[in-house]
Design a protein around this ligand. Structure first.
Ligand SMILES: CC(C)(COP(=O)(O)OP(=O)(O)OC[C@H]1O[C@@H](n2cnc3c(N)ncnc32)[C@H](O)[C@@H]1OP(=O)(O)O)[C@@H](O)C(=O)NCCC(=O)NCCS
Length: 233
């Protein structure tokens, strides 16, 4: 058994737990920075905030390992992790997924990719590190996915798309062929992005949009056709 922690204790954690378990991981702890959250799982403790994260690393980690792996366990064993925090309307500086990835990597946690077993991924797809892929998602020929990307369930990514670091695609998004998605973009549920369109870094595409033209960075856009609505600041 391989012990894993999730940082982010809301919907994405619920989605990823069975996927992690199917890959042989055992969820041993959850972390989150949002005050007042409760653990979504009766059998896994949730630790809120930075101080508790540091406490857990020093004190409780060994106990969690022993629960997951038996008594012959020591603090040098690898610890795996996944940042189950989605993109959102801009988060505070230092609190988004990219910042949490850095925080966990800095203390030696090995961030892993978790793929639902029924996702269909073409053999020539290029994948970076720490990618989450939900159920019934198809990733087509010659797609290039960088690091720390969340691709939810029922997403359809056609041939030759490029998806940069820290992007999230919500459920049922369709990317037509040759779409180029830059860093930290969030594409809302059910949106369709037409062939060869580029979405600029840090932009949000609202749910149900049909994106017919390139979208600049740092904006919120939605609708059919998808148009500029406001700056994302
Ligand atoms: C685009 C989005 C981020 C905008 O959020 P926001 O800036 O807080 O916008 P508001 O909720 O203040 O809405 C502003 C107006 O835009 C409209 N609007 C918001 N999102 C819209 C969308 N996706 N399509 C069409 N109209 C939309 C609202 O009805 C409202 O209209 P009104 O001024 O006539 O009342 C959000 O609506 C959205 O689509 N989020 C994606 C949700 C999603 O896919 N989540 C993933 C779940 S797994």
């Amino acid at each position: 058994m391989k012990p894993i922690i999730f940082y982010g204790a809301t919907g994405q954690a619920k989605i990823m737990r069975p996927i992690a378990e199917a890959q042989g991981y055992t969820l041993v702890a959850l972390f989150d920075d949002s005050p007042g959250l409760k653990s979504p799982f009766g059998d896994v403790n949730l630790y809120l905030g930075n101080q508790l994260f540091n406490f857990w690393l020093k004190i409780e980690r060994l106990g969690a390992y022993r629960l997951a792996k038996g008594e012959n366990t020591n603090l040098n064993d690898p610890i795996y992790g996944c940042v189950t925090v989605g993109n959102s309307i801009r988060s505070e500086p230092g609190s988004g997924r990219a910042a949490i990835v850095k925080k966990l990597s800095d203390v030696g946690i090995i961030l892993v990719s978790l793929y639902h077993q029924n996702a269909e991924i073409y053999s020539d797809v290029t994948m970076g590190d720490h990618i989450q892929i939900g159920s019934h998602t198809t990733i087509g020929a010659n797609v290039d996915i960088k690091n720390n990307v969340i691709i939810n369930s029922h997403v359809n990514i056609e041939h030759d798309c490029v998806i940069h670091n820290d992007v999230e695609l919500a459920p049922s998004v369709t990317l037509c062929g040759g779409v180029y998605i830059k860093e930290s973009v969030w594409v809302g549920v059910g949106s369709v992005i037409l062939p060869k369109v580029t979405i600029g870094a840090n932009s949000i595409i609202g749910a149900g949009s049909v994106v017919t033209r390139d979208v600049p960075g740092d904006i919120v856009a939605y609708g059919n056709p998808c148009i500029f609505r406001r700056k994302n600041d």
